[in-house]
Ligand binder design. Structure first.
Ligand SMILES: Nc1ncnc2c1ncn2[C@@H]1O[C@H](COP(=O)(O)OP(=O)(O)OP(=O)(O)O)[C@@H](O)[C@H]1O
Ligand SMILES: [Mg+2]
Length: 483
């Protein structure tokens, strides 16, 4: 289920993403802080399963409390949990099926699963393929065991609906063309400048007193000459699209400069953020130009078209398509009718991208819907029977704790958790390894037939991180406050 989070200043966030919810919570207890950190580390390691990891950790803590009450020493519990988590990961690996990156269908299914619990789930047939195509576009075949999600630029635009969300194979600027006039340039030669097209300022607080009109004329003439010189040099290099980085010292471009640029038929996009420079350069295969002396033809990027597009409530944007030396980058343009929806759509797409990244890192899929947890629980129980003493006891507690996932899924689907989990266990005993909770139909089915699949890495990392967190909490016997 989704959570509505209200911050002290009245901002409201609606989210289902575990990491986001926990990040915004103001927890005081140091152990609770560890759980927040746990969810963050799952976000870094896998990107999805951030709720699962905390739910499992909570259940394991609950189990440990019961074991402690029975008089078992924390170190014994901690060691047994370590072994149990290793064994659980083994079981998960055993039930996974390898997946190939060329199998687009399977990738889309796992992205759909990660989106299915989100607010934007009804758009998953649109968003899942976008996420898959975006990641496949930026994957580097030579060392493709990781994906840098920074190469996928997510642009959020208010107006329209999520249905208008699109993947753009190029660079998108959220600002419209400055000055107006030009809306489309074919065979663009793009220059990205980091210097300003406006009269220079003095370094210190100086005052120039202008006392008559003749002096004023001279000042204006000088200014005009200075700017015209800069722009002539830009034109000489063959540039017809100019991207101007935002400047905090003075106006990066003034009206006079815009006027001249429009006359020379140069399209201008101003206010480019410093943080975006790296992405733009990588996408266009060019370098930023820091001074007019370096504004040479070889420093310009070549692209098929630069055009202004989009209208209506969202306002206009500019996109660059078909850069000659295009890097492995891609842009995803998200539309949404209000800020809450856009923010959640962004987080959900991020989750879907992370799921695909997990599959690039570790190419295996497992079933979802509580099937892996039930299977792990059952196999660990079996294994516990072969163990003796306290260890077997702790193994059994660990195995039981894992059933929290199918229990919670059943509860959220509006089913009776106890009967569903019992039935699920029964089906797994009979050898149906992929029997899971079918949330849509409200019964237990072979979850693979429903195409509810998730990356192996999400589940293994959730188990490993949760048990690691619980173990470190178990090893603490007191809190010392220093003030
Ligand atoms: N259609 C479905 N039917 C049954 N179970 C599903 C379905 N879609 C997802 N699940 C299950 O829901 C769980 C994931 O839920 P959810 O995405 O809300 O949390 P999370 O992935 O742990 O955390 P987050 O997405 O917030 O980082 C997984 O156990 C997955 O197997
Ligand atoms: Mg998820």
């Amino acid at each position: 289920m989704d959570k509505m989070i209200q911050s002290p200043n009245g901002d409201v966030t609606i989210s289902n993403d575990g990491a986001t919810i926990l990040k915004q919570m103001q927890v005081l207890h140091p152990a609770a802080k560890m759980l927040v950190e746990l969810s963050k580390s799952q976000d870094v390691a896998a990107g999805d399963g951030t709720t699962t990891v905390v739910v499992i950790a909570g259940s394991l803590l609950d189990a440990s409390a019961k074991l402690l009450a029975k008089g078992i020493h924390p170190t014994t519990i901690s060691e047994a949990f370590q072994k149990a988590s290793d064994k659980a990961v083994e079981i998960l690996e055993g039930m996974s099926t390898p997946v190939d990156l060329t199998n687009r269908e399977a990738l889309i299914q796992s992205a759909t699963t990660s989106l299915s619990s989100k607010v934007v789930s009804q758009y998953s047939n649109l968003l899942a393929p976008i996420a898959v195509d975006a990641v496949l576009k930026v994957v580097d075949p030579s060392h493709s065991d990781n994906v840098d999600l920074k190469d996928i630029k997510i642009i959020k635009k208010l107006g329209g609906t999520i249905e208008d969300t699109q993947l753009i194979d190029g660079v998108v600027f959220t600002q419209k063309v400055a000055g107006g006039g030009l809306h489309k340039i074919e065979k663009a030669k793009i220059g990205l400048i980091q210097f300003c097209l406006s009269p220079p300022k003095t370094d210190m607080e100086n005052q120039v007193v202008v006392s008559d009109y003749a002096q004023m004329d001279r000042v204006l003439r000088e200014e005009r000459q200075y700017i015209l010189n800069l722009i002539k040099q830009i034109k000489k290099a063959g540039c017809n699209v100019l991207l101007i980085q935002k400047s905090i010292l003075r106006d990066a471009v003034n009206d006079l400069a815009l006027h001249f640029l429009a006359k020379m038929k140069i399209m201008v996009v101003k206010d480019i953020e410093r943080d975006d420079i790296e992405f733009i350069c990588k996408s266009l295969g060019s370098r930023p130009i820091a001074s007019i002396d370096h504004f040479l033809p070889e420093n310009l990027a070549v692209a098929d078209t630069v055009e202004e597009f989009g209208a209506g409530a969202g306002g206009k944007l500019v996109k660059v398509i078909g850069a000659a030396n295009q890097g492995r980058t891609v842009s995803v343009l998200i539309y949404g009718s209000n800020k809450l929806v856009i923010e959640e759509a962004d987080r959900s797409i991020h989750d879907a991208l992370c799921v695909i990244r997990c599959l690039v890192k570790k190419r295996a899929l497992i079933a979802g819907g509580g099937a892996p947890e039930t299977e792990m629980s059952l196999r660990l129980m079996e294994h516990a029977r072969s163990l003796t003493g306290m260890e077997g006891y702790c193994f059994r507690a660990f195995a039981e704790a894992l059933e929290v996932i199918p229990y919670t899924l059943a509860e959220n689907a509006g089913l009776n958790p106890i009967s569903v989990v019992t039935e699920l266990r029964n089906r797994h005993v009979q050898g149906e390894k992929t029997a899971g909770i079918n949330v849509r139909k409200g019964c237990i089915t072979n979850i693979l037939e429903e195409n509810v699949v998730q990356p192996l890495l999400v589940s293994t990392s959730a188990i490993q991180l949760a048990s690691e967190c619980v173990r470190s909490i178990m090893k603490i016997d007191d809190i010392v406050t220093t003030r």
